[in-house]
Design a protein around this ligand. Structure first.
Ligand code: FAD
Ligand code: SF4
Length: 463
C-alpha cells in the first residue's frame, strides 16, 4: 500500500536565526527513515508523467522504487545513467515547475518530493565513494568543449561515454561555471560540485582551465588542432545594468561580481581568502530572480543589518523560486515591491542611498506580465551603503565577435537547431545559457545532451 500522506515529508533545515550567520548548507537532506517514508508516497505510475517533465528524462519511478527497496546505490545508478550531476540537480533544480509539476500526487495534495529523493540517493553514493562502472571504448575522434558549466559538462560526459576524446577549455581558474561562481555555498556546497565534476573527468574528459576561447585560441585553431567538432557552452555571464546616475559609485556591485567574490574566491573567509567584499550596514539588492535572492542572503551572512530586495513588480510576478523567497523572508530580508530605483546617491565617491519611485501595475506587456507604471510624486530614498544590481545576465559577446559567421539573435544568444544544437557553422554546436540567455541548470544539461547526440551524428555522417 502506498503512503497516502498528502504532504511531502519535510526536510530538516538549519534554523533561520542560526543559518543567516553562516555559509553552511541550509537544507540538511533526508535521513534514511525520511527518504523511505517519502519514497512510499510514489504510486509507480505506468505512464510516468513525472519523467516527461524532466529535461534529461531521469527514470523517476524506477529510482524511487529502488529507494523503497532500500537499494540506495541502485537508485543512484539509475539517476546517473541519464544525469551526470544528480547531487547538484537534487539541490537546485526548480522541480516544482518540472517533474514535480506533472506528478499525479500533486492533484490532491503535494507532489512526491522527487528532488529531495534524488539528493538522498546521490549523496548516499557520493558519501560512500560508490562509483558506477562504465566500459568505454575509444573511437579515436576528438571534440572540444568551450565552458565547463552544466551544459559543457553534460555534453562532455555523454560524448566521453560514446568513446570520444573530449577536451574542455574553461576561462576561469576553476571548472563548474555558475555552479561554482554563482550559486552560494549555503545552497550548493562546492565540495560536492567538485566531486561531480571529478566523476565527469574520470570518464576520460580533460579539463583545461585559464583558457579563454576567442582570445587565447580561435575557433579555427581548434579545428586546426584536430578537433572534429566544437560545443559552445559559454553561458550568460555578462551582467545587465540599470544605466541610472550614480551606478559607478564605490559600493555598487553587479550580482555577478558580488557572488563570484563570495563563492568562487571565498570572500566570506577573508583575510584567509584572496579577496574581500565590503558590505555596509544597509544593503539594497535590485531584482526579483534567484540571483537577487542569493545576493540578498549572502549580504545578510556577510553581516549587513538590513537587506532590502527592491523589485519593480509585485510578488506574484517575481521570477525567483517560491522556496528561495520563503527562505529569504525567514532570514529577515525585507521586500520592497512595486519599487523602482532611479538613482544611486553618493558622497565622496561612495554610495549613501538609493533613490526610488513607487510603481503600480498597468496593462500587460510583451512578456504577458502587467507593465509597472511610475506613480507621480512617489520619490523616496533608501539609506544604504551597498547596492547590488541583479536584473539579469546576457551571453558574453566575446565568441560571437571573434567567430565570423556565428549567427546570433538580438539578445546575443547563439542561434541553433533545437534538436541537435547545430549552429550556423558546420561542426560547431551550442547549448545552455549561451543560446537561451539566463535559464536553469537542468535546461542547460538537456541542451548539452541533445548536442552530444547531434555531434555524434555529425561526426559519424562525415565518415
Ligand atoms: P554557465 O554555468 O554560465 O557556464 C559557462 C562556463 O563557460 C563558465 O565557466 C565560463 O567561465 C565559461 N566560459 C565563458 N566564455 C568562455 C570562453 N570564451 N572560453 C572558455 N570558457 C568560457 N539554475 C537553477 O536551475 N537553479 C538555481 O537555483 C539557480 N540559481 C542560480 C543562481 C545564480 C546566482 C545564477 C547566476 C544562476 C542560477 N541558476 C540557477 C541558473 C543556472 O546556474 C544557469 O542557467 C546554468 O549554470 C547555465 O549553464 P551553462 O553551462 O549554460 O553556463
Ligand atoms: Fe511517482 Fe509522481 Fe512519478 Fe507517479 S508521477 S511515478 S507518483 S513521482
Amino acid at each position: 500500500m502506498p503512503n497516502m500522506q498528502s504532504e511531502k515529508t519535510p526536510m530538516p533545515e538549519q534554523e533561520p536565526s542560526v543559518r543567516s550567520g553562516n555559509f553552511l548548507e541550509v537544507a540538511k537532506g533526508y535521513t534514511e527513515e525520511l527518504a523511505l517514508n517519502e519514497a512510499g508516497r510514489c504510486l509507480n505510475c505506468k505512464h510516468m508523467p513525472c519523467v516527461s517533465g524532466c529535461p534529461v528524462n531521469v527514470r523517476i519511478p524506477e529510482f524511487i522504487a529502488k529507494i523503497a527497496q532500500k537499494d540506495y546505490s541502485g537508485a543512484a545508478a539509475v539517476i546517473k545513467s541519464t544525469n551526470s550531476l544528480p547531487a547538484i540537480c537534487g539541490r537546485v533544480c526548480p522541480q516544482e515547475s518540472q517533474c514535480e509539476s506533472k506528478c499525479v500526487r500533486g492533484i490532491k495534495g503535494e507532489p512526491v518530493a522527487i528532488g529531495r529523493l534524488e539528493r538522498f540517493a546521490a549523496d548516499y553514493a557520493m558519501e560512500r565513494g560508490i562509483k558506477t562502472e562504465e566500459k568505454i571504448e575509444k573511437n579515436g575522434h576528438r571534440v572540444a568543449i568551450v565552458g565547463s558549466g552544466p551544459a559543457g559538462l553534460t555534453c562532455a560526459g555523454d560524448l566521453a561515454r560514446m568513446g570520444y576524446g573530449v577536451h574542455i577549455f574553461e576561462a576561469l581558474h576553476t571548472p563548474g561555471g555558475v555552479l561554482m561562481y554563482g550559486i552560494p555555498e549555503f545552497r550548493l556546497p562546492k565540495g560536492l560540485v567538485k566531486q561531480e565534476i571529478a566523476a565527469v573527468a574520470d570518464l576520460g574528459v580533460t579539463i583545461e582551465t585559464d583558457v579563454v576561447v576567442g582570445r587565447a585560441l580561435s575557433m579555427d585553431e581548434l579545428f586546426e588542432d584536430g578537433f572534429e567538432a566544437v560545443f559552445i557552452g559559454s553561458g550568460a555571464g555578462l551582467p545587465s545594468f540599470m544605466h541610472m546616475p550614480g551606478e559607478n559609485l564605490n559600493g555598487v556591485y553587479s550580482a555577478n561580481e558580488f557572488l563570484t567574490r563570495i563563492n568562487l574566491m571565498k570572500a566570506y573567509d577573508y583575510p584567509r581568502a584572496d579577496t574581500p567584499v565590503t558590505v555596509g550596514e544597509s544593503v539594497a539588492v535590485v531584482g526579483g530572480g534567484n540571483v537577487a535572492m542569493d545576493a540578498a542572503r549572502c549580504a545578510k551572512r556577510l553581516g549587513a543589518k538590513d537587506v532590502t530586495v527592491v523589485y519593480r513588480r509585485s510578488e506574484a510576478e517575481m521570477p525567483a523560486r517560491a522556496e528561495e523567497v520563503h527562505h529569504a523572508k525567514e532570514e529577515g530580508i525585507v521586500f520592497s515591491m512595486l519599487t523602482n530605483p532611479v538613482e544611486v546617491i553618493g558622497e565622496e565617491g561612495w554610495v549613501t542611498g538609493l533613490k526610488c519611485v513607487k510603481m503600480e501595475l498597468g496593462e500587460p506587456d510583451a512578456s504577458g506580465r502587467r507593465r509597472p507604471v511610475e506613480i507621480a510624486g512617489s520619490e523616496h530614498v533608501l539609506n544604504v551603503q551597498t547596492v547590488v544590481i541583479a536584473i539579469g545576465n546576457m551571453p558574453n559577446p566575446l565568441l560571437r565577435s571573434t567567430t565570423p559567421n556565428l549567427e546570433t539573435n538580438k539578445r546575443g544568444g547563439i542561434v541553433t537547431d533545437e534538436e541537435t544544437g547545430a549552429t550556423s557553422i558546420p561542426g560547431v554546436f551550442a547549448g545552455g545559457d549561451a543560446v537561451t540567455g539566463a535559464a536553469t541548470v537542468i535546461l542547460a544539461m538537456g541542451a548539452g545532451k541533445r548536442a552530444a547526440k547531434g555531434i555524434d551524428e555529425y561526426i559519424r555522417g562525415k565518415k
